[in-house]
Design a protein around this ligand. Structure first.
Ligand SMILES: [Zn+2]
Length: 633
């Protein structure tokens, strides 16, 4: 296991503003970087912008500015976005940086000197959008498959990199290192490309048609092809060739890309490295697209979800959670606001948010607002052992880039902790001072579980993790580490517990934001959250209606004789919606422990439940046969 970790995003092309695809890749890189820092590895995380080439020159011309001014403006947008998404990159590289320009020229000269760059003639179909020549067989009905535009036929003298020379080496390397490119489908895709003879790569553009690039060190009349320039950023960022960072981090280099740039990263880059005498990177990690309405969500189709809009609407951590939880790494995924809100309400508000609020509320109540002091030798280790198992599974999932699986196992642990509360019933123990010691241990276990959860979710949701830690009295300055989960006495007795605000308030489902699929009432005037123990106070029962009659002189009251394991009388205001005959024999839902109340002189012991509809009230019944008197939970 290497003690260092190097992760890169692609450097983003500055021909358009950041979109959800950029946000996803960069958040994944951030999750990986944060995770590896938690494991104690020295970590270096690089992102940046790719600023040369035809498209930038064109866009700048349209905007009436110089290419440098244009690149400055868009690069600044990316640079400003990352802190807003809690991205913790260690370095931001621009291909217009002087150290990068020097490095590209250094590598070009090296490869040229070794004889792997030659001058030749090229003619073919050139797509301006792709900035590359196409072979006739690659075109679809004479058009660029990506841009659906007709390429221009061009003839040029240019410099070529002898990529074909390294074809067999690359095939063998990939076969010997099965996780060099992952997931496997992308390894197979690269091997499929390599079944046909590989062409040499045209790596220059004559200045007569493009000046916006890095001048070749061996011919002033040409600039460097944008890919041969851009890919080199990954070693420039480490101060190649002499830097200490290069020695430390290059052997553990991992690239993260979307599948649209698989070929440059899976074929050009390893062969370029080989020709320059640099070892290949360790892993190329390839993810799919975020789809919306079946079409690729990308700038070229003008179908862009602005990441910051969603972050502002629902909060950054919910946004990060959704992207990581809903996409199986490597596969395409659909983005919808509905799915987002469902996740937020179920996983974040319901599972995680409620757990934290229940535990803190109970711990404050039963432990005098402080982390309790307990005898660790005699405690129940159920939760601790589950936390250790979860940690091991999360590590395995990170190692093979299954980040959604890591979240699934963390949520299994969250739900196990929720069940632990239900099983232990601290509110029952709390009634009897004789159970004080047992109760204290249970509360300690729950607080320790929250600590483990906070550490495990930290790479994904750093702000939420910090909020949880603050509530359980962990000092902000405490250095988090993954192995710390294995310490079962890590919480300091006597530290003050702090009741915080709800971590993830439920999102109301309204017609306005089109979240509701079904036409229905909007969830207005919702009530404040309650704890499970409040809910547990309700004695809900299955009741069978034995008899029903109209209460004389009343508008809508019916007197019902019911069986809930005992016979009772209740009075219900459903006389406008039901005739007595309709009700007899029905099984309904009743709150059995509501304080008795007198209505029109009749004592009602309990209350039935009903819902409003457009046509009046409907009484709640059961989907399947339920036993009279059975508890409802
Ligand atoms: Zn194209």
């Amino acid at each position: 296991m290497p003690r260092a970790f190097y992760i890169t995003t692609p450097i983003y092309y500055v021909n358009a503003s950041p979109h959800i695809g950029h946000a996803y890749t960069t958040i994944v890189a951030d999750v990986l970087a944060r995770y590896h820092r938690l494991t104690g590895e020295e970590t270096f995380f690089v992102t940046g912008t790719d600023e040369h080439g035809d498209k930038i020159a064109e866009a700048a011309q349209k905007a009436g500015v110089t290419p440098q001014e244009y690149a400055d403006k868009i690069s600044a947008q990316f640079r400003a976005l990352w802190p807003a998404l809690s991205i913790t990159n260690d370095y931001f590289i621009r291909t217009t940086d002087s150290n990068h320009i020097d490095n590209v020229r250094y590598i070009l000269q090296k490869v040229y000197d070794s004889g792997d760059i030659y001058f030749g003639e090229y003619e073919g179909y050139y797509c301006v959008g792709c900035e590359r020549f196409y072979m006739e067989k690659e075109l679809v009905e004479g058009k660029c498959p990506d841009h659906q535009t007709k390429p221009q036929y061009r003839k040029e003298s240019n410099y070529f990199f002898r990529m074909s020379k390294y074809q067999n080496w690359l095939i063998n390397y990939i076969k010997k290192h099965p996780d060099f490119i992952r997931p496997e489908r992308y390894k197979n895709e690269v091997l499929a490309f390599l079944r046909d003879p590989l062409d040499d790569l045209c790596i220059s553009r004559p200045k007569t048609r493009l000046q916006w690039g890095i001048t070749l060190p061996f011919d002033e009349k040409y600039v460097t092809y944008v890919w041969f320039d851009a890919l080199i950023n990954y070693v420039t960022a480490l101060d190649y060739p002499q830097g200490d960072k290069f020695k430390k981090f290059w052997p553990v280099a991992q690239h993260l890309i979307a599948k649209d740039i698989l070929k440059p990263h899976g074929i050009y880059w390893p062969t370029m490295l080989k020709a320059a005498g640099i070892e290949p990177y360790q892993h190329l990690n390839v993810h799919g697209y975020w789809n919306s309405d079946q079409s690729k969500m990308s700038k070229s189709l003008g179908n862009v979800v602005r990441p910051l809009d969603l972050k502002d609407k629902y909060g950054l951590d919910a946004f990060r959670y959704f992207l990581l939880r809903d996409m199986v790494f490597g596969l395409d995924s659909s983005f919808s606001e509905e799915a987002f809100v469902q996740r937020l309400n179920s996983d974040l508000a319901n599972d995680l948010g409620n757990l934290v609020s229940r535990v803190i509320t109970m711990a404050i109540k039963y432990c005098d607002g402080k982390v309790p002091k307990i005898n660790h030798k005699k405690k129940d280790l159920t939760l601790h052992k589950a936390a250790l198992k979860t940690m091991a599974e999360v590590q395995a999932d990170f190692n093979d880039m299954s980040l959604h699986k890591a979240l699934i196992v963390i949520w299994d642990f969250i739900n196990l902790t929720n069940r632990y509360i239900v099983e232990k019933e601290p509110w029952t123990l709390g009634k009897d001072p004789a159970h004080r010691e047992e109760l204290t241990k249970i509360m300690y276990n729950l607080l320790a579980a929250l600590r483990a959860i906070a550490i495990l979710i930290f790479p994904f949701m750093p702000q939420t993790a910090q909020k949880i830690l603050k509530q359980i009295g962990v000092d902000e300055s405490e250095k988090l580490d993954l192995a710390g989960i294995s310490k079962d006495d890590a919480l300091t007795a006597g530290n003050t517990l702090i009741r915080g605000e709800s971590l993830f308030p439920r999102i109301e489902i309204t017609k306005e934001n089109k979240i509701s699929a079904e036409k229905g009432a909007t969830m207005v005037d919702s009530k404040p959250e309650i704890d499970y123990e409040d809910f547990a106070k309700l004695d809900l029962r299955v009741a069978k209606i034995l008899d029903a009659e109209i209460v004389p002189k009343s508008n809508k009251l019916l007197k019902l004789r019911i069986d809930i394991g005992e016979e009772r009388t209740i009075v219900a205001g459903i006389g406008k919606d039901y005739t007595p005959a309709e009700l007899i024999g029905k099984k309904i839902l009743v709150i059995a422990n509501l304080k008795p109340a007198k209505l029109m002189g009749i004592e009602s012991r309990g209350m039935l439940l009903a819902a409003d509809t457009d046509n009046g009230l409907t009484v709640l019944t059961f989907e399947r046969e339920a036993q009279t008197g059975a508890k409802i939970r």
